[in-house]
Structures are given as C-alpha cells and as structure tokens.
Design a protein around this ligand. Sequence first.
Ligand code: NAD
Length: 475
Amino acid sequence: MQRFGHVIGPASGAPTSRQWRPVFDPDTAEAYAEVADGDAASVADAVDAARQAAPGWAGLRNSERARHLERLADALEARIEAFARAEAVDAGKPLALARDIEIPRAVSNLRFFAHAATQFASESHHGEAGLNYTLRSPLGVVGCISPWNLPLYLFTWKIAPALAAGNAVVAKPSEVTPASATLLGELALEVGLPPGVLNIVHGLGPAVGEALVAHPRVKAISFTGSTAVGRRIAGIASPMLKKLSLELGGKNATLVFADSDWRAQLDTLVRSAFQNSGQICLCGSRLLVERAVYDEFREAFVARVRALQVGAPLAPGTQVGPVVSQAHFDKILAALERARAEGGRVLCGGDALDRPGWYLAPTVIDGLDATCATNREEIFGPVATLQAFDDEAQALAWANAGDYGLSASVWTRDLARAHRLAAALDVGIVWINTWLMRDLRTPFGGTGASGLGREGGMEAMRFFTDPKNVCIALP
Ligand code: NAD
C-alpha cells in the first residue's frame, strides 16, 4: 500500500512515531494508502529542521529564492497529470477539475510568489521627522495549516508567499488528503530546495496542528479551514501573541436580478454552487432570485442541475464526484434531513446515490427563509437553496443575514446597483456577473465568522514579514 510520510529536513518517509493512519478513496470508501500519524515530537523535529535552514534561506538574494520557486513551479507543471490523478483519487475530485484548474493554479501560485519575491518593496517616509525607511524581515519559522477541499491549491497559496518572503515553513496538510502535498515536498527536495526550508508534518489536527500552533518557535500561523477550528487556533495563538491569518467557512449568497443575463450564464451559476461537489468555501450555496423571474429561473436551474454528470473522479465526463469522507458524507445527509424538517421542498436530489463510495445527488431546495439553519450554516456539499426576493433591499438584507462574510456574487446589468451592492455587502469578495474569477494580486479573505486577515498578493508578503521603522536624523 502507498505511504505518505513526513518531509522533515533532508528526509522524507517514515514518521518519527512509526504510526500510520489509513487514507480513503472517496470513490470506493476503501483505504488506498496510509499517511504518517504525527505527534508533538514530529512537529518539534520539523521546527528544529526549519530553524536550522531559516537563516540561510533568509540570507539568499530575493532573486535566488525566486529561482527556487520557479524551479519547483516548472517541475510541478511537468507533472500536472500525475498530481491531478493523485488528487482525483485522494479527494474524489473530477480529474478534469484537478488537471485543468486546480493543479495549474498551484503552479501559478508558486510562480506568482516567485515574482512577488523580486517585486516586494517597502516604504520610506521623509519631510516630517528625519528620513524613515521600513525594513521588512522574514519572521523565521512559520506554520501553514490547510484543508482537504483544494489540497494543493491552498497548500501552495500559503507556502509560496511564506517562502518567497524568506521564512522556513512547517506545513500541515489535511490528514484526509495528504497525497499531493507529500509529492510536492518530495519534488522540492528533488529540485534542490535547501532541506529544512519546507517541512511537512502529517497527522490529526488536535495532535499535530495544535502542537504546531503552540510551538514557541513558530512565529505565525496561516490557517485555512473551518470556523470552529479557527476559533480554537486563535484561542491558543492569541495569548502567545503570534501573527494569525484565518481563512474560515462561508455561506455565500448569489443575487440574481431579473435584468441580468442569467439565462446565458446558467452554466456558471450552476458551477458556482456545485463545483467540486460544493466543497469550495466560495461556492454560492444560497441563490436569491428576483421574484419576477423566480419560477422561470427555478425550472431552468433545476433542469441544469439534474443534467450534471455525477460519476467516478477518473471517468471521462464526470462533473460532480463523491464528497471527501464518510464523516463529511454523514454531515451533509444530516443537513438534508434538517432542511426537510425545517419545511424545505427538495426540487432535485436530496439523497445519497445507490452505489459504493460517498456519492450524493446534487440537491436544490426551496421554501426556506433566510433565518433557518439550512440557510445560515455551512453545509459544504452539493446542496443549494433558492429564495425569491421582492426588491434590492430585501436581497441585501438576506445576503447579509448570516454570521459568515466570505464572498457574494451579484448578477445584474444595472451598473449603479452593482456598485451599490458591492459596497453594502458585508463580505470580503464580491463578484459582479462572474464567479471565482481570480487575480492573484487582490486581497483574499472574509469578515465575521469567515475569518481574520487577508491573503493574496502583497497582503500575504506583508503577513509573512515584520516591518521595522528605521529613522535617521537629518542635519
Ligand atoms: P478543518 O478545520 O476541519 O481542518 C483544516 C485543517 O486544520 C486540517 O489540516 C486539520 O487537520 C487541521 N486541524 C483540525 N483541528 C485542528 C486543531 N485543533 N488545531 C490545529 N489544526 C487543526 O477544515 P476542513 O474540514 O479540512 O475544511 C473545510 C472547511 O474549510 C470549511 O469550513 C471551508 O469553508 C473552509 N475553507 C475555507 C477557505 C477560505 O479560504 N476561507 C478555503 C477552503 C476551505
């Protein structure tokens, strides 16, 4: 059976504790591999390796660090098919999604931050009190904790800026999807990244994640995952006065106005709810539709959702694969039960498929108001709700009704309305007439229960460095 070991210092392979846990294939619900089951001792080893490597890495010229990241990006690009297959098996995502979008995006993340390393600059201030300049220094050893839904995409989104800014990294991928991060860690050693600069420790959140967060030598934690775990991490890291970036859950609204080109955009609207089986923090799982077109929209949308091809991740043509784990499958089924109990009307789907693996039929529900749990709590599966609104004010109130504030999409041809809503929506990202269109220079993150801080572009470079003011008296 395939094994995914830690990558610590120059070595990859066996866990220090010699314990392994099974890794499951969502298509069959059977174990197909094993992953190292780390503990606080593995984290301590990785932090030691990172501490040894950190000064040398920070001392390189920016352009040399950039070249290392470029080399890794090139090597990953040459292996897109292999990495995509690894994620299709590990995470259950359709091969085409991994091959055409997510692994190429991981390549872009590495390349983007290679460029950022050479473009990052700091301010100078003068004309008031002396000549001031800002030194931005790497923090030393930083921790990056990532989830299972976009395994390599989000892993690289964190480690690339951390490395570009001159830090040594200890990263903890999700124990549910350890494959692609391990392969990348091994590839990094193969292409000559100095050992200890990127360390990967596998294992459960409470054992490995918390040990990383609590380690006194780890200066910052960049975390993407659930709001509950984000709160727990904040509880440990905040009293230690560590830098924290928390990218958490979402319950995003999609506002469809009667004047929009929704008929022509139906594929994107369906994708915005069901891509990766709805397991993307940015998915629009609450569609608010103007009453004037509600019936027509509902019929067309449901027909398109019914036509989605649900199937094995490796089968050609699959648009929706299984969900990632037994625990997640059970959680979504419970959410469907709750939606029915709250009075929701299931327009399509609503149940598991009658086949092995963790397959759920893409589900659309209406008849629920903005205050019920179904419309407030993150389900993170192939489940979307529809609500009819009467006017812009009502749409805005419903969109802003929950605790989360990650993203929203607004579909309208009325430019003034688009700008008005963009300003009034209480979220970190607003898309107008599009969804998940990303320029990597833009700030990324959410408000409220969706997190703290921003990733992306120079925001990430600033997070992974400390500013120091140097003031020179001028005669
Ligand atoms: P999760 O919070 O269960 O786990 C995320 C990571 O944290 C995993 O590596 C896990 O092992 C680790 N972890 C778990 N408990 C920990 C603890 N006590 N201390 C330290 N680390 C711990 O999340 P998940 O189920 O893997 O991912 C799904 C969630 O992630 C959803 O809520 C989704 O919205 C969110 N997400 C957010 C974004 C974003 O950018 N805002 C992106 C993707 C996913």
